[in-house]
Design a binder for this molecule. Structure first.
Ligand code: HEM
Ligand code: HEM
Length: 172
């Protein structure tokens, strides 16, 4: 019998994985387009980015209220440390990426609407320096995030196809 991660953690893992990959693709599409749908895509990017931040809060709660899974494996101390460092950094970035997006819009005095239901209050006078800083940070953190996700996925595939252990099955 495989000791799986809790149902809430598994659900949140896959919903958030799809969400972050889609937000990443949408982000790259909108910065390289002058098409008439660009502003609508940006509005959706911001609204789903807020959802991602809310899910992050739920996920941290789920993480602390779930029993950690017992991992049977023969990884070295170094491998275990590498995996948990990547997981820890992914958690940090799941929070920092949407936050830098929100702060860039706050200092640019641009609206952040949650699907037209509620709007987050933004600064009445734009602060171009702080806008520039958070906009740059948003791009920079996304680049680090993409690199970590690639390492993370490579690690998961290595466990599943080469080591043939239960690491991926525990998350399914
Ligand atoms: C939650 C996960 C998010 C991901 C993965 C993500 C990803 C991206 C990516 C890949 C870009 C293109 C970056 C570039 O090439 O410089 C981008 C741009 C941008 N993002 Fe995000 N983003 C997220 C959340 C947010 C949030 C919450 C907001 C604001 C509420 C936001 C606002 C923006 C803005 C304003 C741009 C620039 C658009 C433009 O210049 O046309 N993002 N994002
Ligand atoms: C196809 C893509 C992905 C695959 C195959 C995958 C696979 C996995 C697996 C197998 C685990 C469990 C590792 C273990 O038990 O030691 C895991 C954990 C984790 N994944 Fe992913 N993942 C993917 C995408 C993502 C993405 C995009 C993110 C970030 C948004 C992410 C964030 C995490 C985090 C933070 C953990 C640690 C969970 C915890 O123990 O609290 N994953 N992933």
């Amino acid at each position: 019998m495989i000791a799986k991660h809790s149902l809430s953690l598994r659900l949140l893992h896959w919903v958030m994985a799809v969400m972050f990959v889609s937000l990443f693709a949408a982000g790259l599409t909108m910065v390289s387009s002058l098409e008439p749908w660009q502003p609508s895509l940006l509005a959706l990017h911001k609204a789903f980015g807020l959802v991602a931040l809310l899910l992050f809060v739920l996920r941290v709660c789920a993480k602390f209220s779930s029993k950690p899974v017992t991992k049977s494996g023969d990884e070295s101390k170094l491998q275990k440390m590498a995996a948990s460092s990547v997981h820890f950094l992914l958690y940090c970035l799941m929070c920092a990426v949407p936050l830098t997006g929100i702060l860039s819009q706050y200092f640019a005095s641009k609206p952040i609407s949650f699907f037209g239901i509620v709007s987050i209050g933004v600064k009445s006078e734009p602060n171009i320096v702080l806008y520039g800083l958070f906009r740059e940070l948003h791009s920079l953190l996304i680049a680090v995030f993409a690199l970590l996700v690639l390492m993370h996925v490579a690690g998961a595939l290595y466990h599943h196809f080469i080591k043939k252990d239960d690491t991926l099955k525990r998350m399914l």
